[in-house]
Design a protein around this ligand. Structure first.
Ligand code: HEM
Length: 268
């Protein structure tokens, strides 16, 4: 089999470009998650998730995002292996360069993020496909409409579900309810608001997410400046500004994630 050869510089540029794209996603993800702190029975957060899961253009983005994540990881590890093979014996005098230590750490924090993401997906993303147990919801108006043709199924939905604050959704269904309601022709989707509010009440889950965010902090702290370096923009003129922007971005994203988890735990 012919494996296409990619020059190391191209790999590095690709890793940087994908990293920049993932950073935008992370800022978007962290900001949107703040909606979990609203006490509105999930009206806003679930409406946002519903929007994200409805339109094909966003579904294409979702596939692109997961592909970017995978490619970013594969290329970064590949580069690290090539670098290691080029210099199998370490330098006699250990380097004290901050960049060198940072990029060595980058591979390990990247691998840890991957492991954390698998756990994160079992908490949320895989609920969508029904691979793990979770909470589900359906549009209330669809249940009302079902009353005319399948009163038993509509009755079941009303008895097992709970109306959201504004009555737009019937929520709180489990996996078995989901199967029953789908068989009756209802569209059922994950109720990520109640899912998050339930998960972040459990101490060991809160702790594991805080560890996750700490690893993300380390990864972003180095990654932010590294992207500018890869594209040749990190020079004496801009380095200070890039450092400050990097600090604001890294702390901003990680604090937004943290506020949600801690906030829910303490009943905010
Ligand atoms: C408070 C912390 C977090 C919460 C409550 C949260 C919540 C969620 C939820 C509900 C989904 C599923 C969304 C959907 O499919 O419609 C999701 C997906 C995802 N999350 Fe998070 N997340 C958190 C932190 C993170 C962090 C720190 C990362 C990465 C470092 C991350 C990366 C992802 C990715 C890659 C996906 C799948 C992409 C997608 O939905 O298209 N999340 N998260």
């Amino acid at each position: 089999m012919n494996i296409p050869k990619i020059h190391s510089i191209s790999k590095k540029i690709l890793v940087g470009a994908l990293g920049a794209f993932l950073s935008f996603f992370l800022l978007f993800h962290a900001s949107a998650n703040l909606l979990i702190l609203r006490h509105d029975d999930g009206e806003w957060y679930n409406a946002f998730c519903h929007f994200m899961g409805t339109y094909s253009i966003i579904k294409v983005f979702e596939i692109g995002l997961l592909a970017a994540l995978l490619l970013h990881a594969i290329l970064a590890i590949w580069l690290a292996v090539i670098n290691k093979m080029a210099r199998p014996v370490s330098y006699k005098k250990p380097t004290r360069s901050k960049t060198h230590t940072g990029s060595k750490l980058q591979v390990w924090t990247g691998i840890l993020i991957f492991a954390c993401l698998i756990l994160h997906f079992t908490d949320f993303y895989f609920v969508k496909s029904g691979w793990v147990k979770g909470k589900y919801m359906t549009k209330a108006e669809k249940v009302v409409a079902l009353n005319a043709t399948q009163p038993d199924a509509a009755n079941y939905a009303e008895q097992h579900g709970k109306y959201s604050a504004k009555g737009n959704w019937l929520t709180n269904f489990d996996k078995e309810d989901k199967a029953f309601l789908e068989a009756a022709g209802l569209e059922v989707e994950p109720d990520f608001y109640h899912q998050a509010r339930e998960k972040f009440k459990i101490l060991h889950i809160v702790i594991s997410y805080l560890v996750f965010f700490t690893v993300v902090w380390f990864h972003l702290r180095h990654g932010f400046a590294a992207v500018f370096q890869t594209f040749g923009l990190y020079n004496y003129k801009y380095s200070r500004a890039i450092e400050i922007l990097g600090q604001i971005y890294t702390w901003g994203v990680c604090l937004m994630f943290t506020i949600v988890v801690i906030g829910v735990y303490f009943g905010l």
